[in-house]
Design a protein around this ligand. Structure first.
Ligand code: SF4
Ligand code: SF4
Length: 336
């Protein structure tokens, strides 16, 4: 396996960010681990496990202008926004978050719908994934179809081998990028590491089929009670992608429309203009979130909308744990 010495990491990052590419790496900023643009002297948090905030914002910003409009007496002129076509490298993304991007690709690029803003960013983004050798206590990627050491869909895989990082190109784009750092590469003595033991495991096989028949099950009456409806679980989730559309008038006849992340855990999310709300209580909203993640998305795209990153398990203020929910579903008998 090829590798780079850890002591050369800064030089490698400098080379990768040369030529104007935005190089996003995990960093700790004001106590929050997140992906941020690397600049000379910046300290990475590559070894700190999964970041609190996932890197989805690089492809799907929290706020984004969709079009400008200008009205005159005769007509309305619409000028769609274009995403900046900046070459972007996301280095240190974990395999669960690469899978999350595959889920976003399904939403924004398939089924006869192409989101041009997302498509532009995605086309210009290269993913260098870092394999996880020590799953955190809240990680369960292997229980929902993931692999902590391999990131299908990434362009390059990285593994921490102690003194070095092992490297392997997984795509042509990845091979081309490795040529740029060729001078730092040597034959690494280490082997691809073995996966560490997961302390959190759950059997999710058949969960979508089971939940398909549980819309009216009493399980929802038990599960929604302690939810605060704060939306934290959705905002930190790498796969959640719901957004709201808003308008900002900048003059009497002109302005712009923008989209911003929204949460299905909020009451207003499903409130209709006439005042009707098909999800009036937290019960319906929690049911929708779990069904979307564990049933509807599987039925539509062939994958769960949960990659086992563990963020919601870790950060929910009242300890809602999606793995416990999956386990409880598996214990429900539908024949009673
Ligand atoms: S983070 Fe927990 S309390 Fe907040 S909306 Fe999600 S499940 Fe409910
Ligand atoms: S539902 Fe929770 S564990 Fe699953 S991908 Fe989202 S934040 Fe991660």
């Amino acid at each position: 396996m090829q590798g780079i010495a850890k002591q050369d990491l800064n030089k490698v990052l400098e080379t990768l960010s040369g030529g104007g590419a935005a190089l996003l790496v995990p960093m700790e900023i004001d106590g929050v681990t997140r992906f941020a643009r690397w600049e000379q002297g910046a300290k990475t948090a590559l070894g700190a496990g999964n970041t609190l905030l996932p890197p989805k914002e690089a492809l799907f910003p929290q706020n984004e202008k969709v079009f400008n409009y200008e009205m005159s007496n005769e007509e309305a002129k619409i000028v769609p926004s274009a995403a900046a076509a900046e070459e972007t490298i996301i280095l240190g993304i974990r395999p669960c978050d690469v899978r999350a991007i595959q889920a976003l690709d399904n939403v924004f690029l398939t089924k006869d719908y192409v989101d041009e803003l997302y498509k532009t960013r995605r086309r210009h983004t290269l993913l260098i994934a870092l394999g996880c050798t020590q799953p955190a206590p809240t990680c369960f990627c292997s229980s929902v179809g993931g692999d902590p050491l391999q990131a299908e869909g990434a362009d390059i895989m990285l593994w921490d081998l102690g003194e070095t990082y092992g490297l392997e190109a997984l795509s042509d784009k990845g091979k081309d990028l490795l040529k740029k750092i060729d001078k730092f590469m040597s034959k690494s003595r280490g082997k691809k590491p073995a996966a560490g033991k997961f302390s959190l495991e759950v059997d999710s096989r058949g969960i979508a089929e089971k939940l398909h028949n549980m819309f009216e099950d009493p399980i929802w009456d038990r599960w929604y009670q302690k939810c605060l409806g704060c939306g934290i679980c959705t905002f930190i989730c790498p796969t959640c992608h719901c957004f709201d559309m808003q308008e900002k008038h900048t003059g009497q006849w002109d302005g712009y429309r923008y989209r911003c992340w929204d949460s299905c855990m909020f009451q207003e999310y499903s409130l209709m203009a006439g005042g009707h709300n098909p999800r009036p209580t937290k019960k319906e909203r929690l049911r929708n979130r779990f069904l979307h993640k564990l049933c509807f998305f599987q039925e539509r795209y062939g994958m769960l909308l949960c990659t086992g990153c563990g963020r919601c398990v870790r950060e929910c203020p009242v300890g809602m744990d999606i793995t416990k929910f999956i386990k409880e579903v598996s214990e429900v008998s539908l024949n009673e």
